[in-house]
Design a protein around this ligand. Sequence first.
Ligand code: BGC
Length: 370
Amino acid sequence: MKQATKKIFMILAAAVVVALFAACGNDDAATTGGGAADGAFRVGVSMPTMDLQRWNQDGANLREMLTERGFTVDLQFAANDVPTQVSQLENMIGAGADVLVIAAIDGDALTEVLATAEAQNIPVIAYDRLIMNTSAVTYYATFDNFLVGQMQGEFIRDALDLPNQSGPFYIEFFTGDPGDNNINFFFPGAMSILQPFLDDGTLVSPSGQTDIMAVATLGWSTENAQTRMENLIALNNLVPGGHPLHAVMCSNDSTAQGVTNALLNAGWTAGADFPIITGQDCDIISVRNMIAGTQAMSVFKDTRVLAANVVDMVSAIADGNTVRINNTTDYHNGIRFIPTYLSDPIVATLANYRELLIDGGYYTEAEIYG
Ligand code: BGC
C-alpha cells in the first residue's frame, strides 16, 4: 500500500471505530432501560375502552413512549367489558409479557387472572385506577384523586360563595362507575368540601340523592348520566321558571356532558343562570362546553405526565432500579398499601384553559375551535 493510501485507510478505519463507539454510547444513553432497547422486554398495556377520549390518549402516549425506550408493546382496549379485559390479559401473559400496565374496568374483577401473573413473577402496574383485592399489584400510578374531588367541591363552594350565604342553593350529584375504585376518592373528596353545607341547609339536593351509590353512573356513560338527569328534572320540575337548580357536581367530563345535554333539552340556556357543572379530564367536548358556558370547570390531568411516570416505572423495573414513588399510605387495595406515584391535577376554567391546553401543546387550536 502506498504511503498516502495507507494514511487515508488508517484515517477511515479510525473514523469507523469512533463512529461505532459513539453508536454504542448512544445506545446506552437511550436505554438507561437496560435490556429494553432490543425489544426483548415486553409490556402489556390494557386500557378499559376506546369510547372515552382520555383512554385513547393514554394508550397512544404509553405506546409511543414505551416504544421510544425500546420496549415491545402490546396495547389492547377492552370495550368496557370485563371478560374481554380478562381474556386480553390472559393473552398478554401467555405471550410472555414482562410487565403489565392495567387501567381496570372493574377494580374487583381481576383477582383470578392476576394470580396467574403473580405466579409467573410478572410485575403489575395499576394505571390511573387501583386494582383491588389482589396481592399481584406491584405499583400504582395516578393523579391525586381525592384532590380532584376537593377541587370540584371547592369550585362550587366558591362560585356560590357558600360560607357567606344562607341559601338554600340546590344541587344534584353525579359520580362514576361503582366498579371504579377512583370514585371512592373523587366523591368523598368533593363531599369533604360540600357536606358541611348540606348539613347546615345552605345546600339542598332536590332529589335527596347524596349517597355515592345513589349517584353512581354505570360505565361513566354520558347516556346514563343524561337519562338520570332527565329523571331528576322530571322528578322536581328542575326547569327554568320551575324549581331552581344552582349546581350539578359531576365527577368527570363524560357524566358532565350528559347532564349538560339534559339541561339544554329541558330549556336551560347558557348564561349566568345555567347551573354550575363540574368535570374532569378536559375532554374536547367539555372544553367546548366551557367556552359555550354550559360547563363551569374541568380538572386537567395531563395524560402525558401519567404515561411518562409509568414508562419510568417500567424502565426502572426492566433495569432492576428503584422505582420512584411518593405515596405509601393512602392507596390500600384490600390486601396492602400499594406503593404509588401521584401527580397533581390542575383546575381548568375559561380563564386558564388556553394556557393549559393550547399553549401547553395538549390540543391544537383546530381541535378545540374546529
Ligand atoms: C378516571 C377519569 C375518567 C373516568 C372515566 C376514571 O377512573 O380517573 O379520568 O374520567 O375514569 O373513564
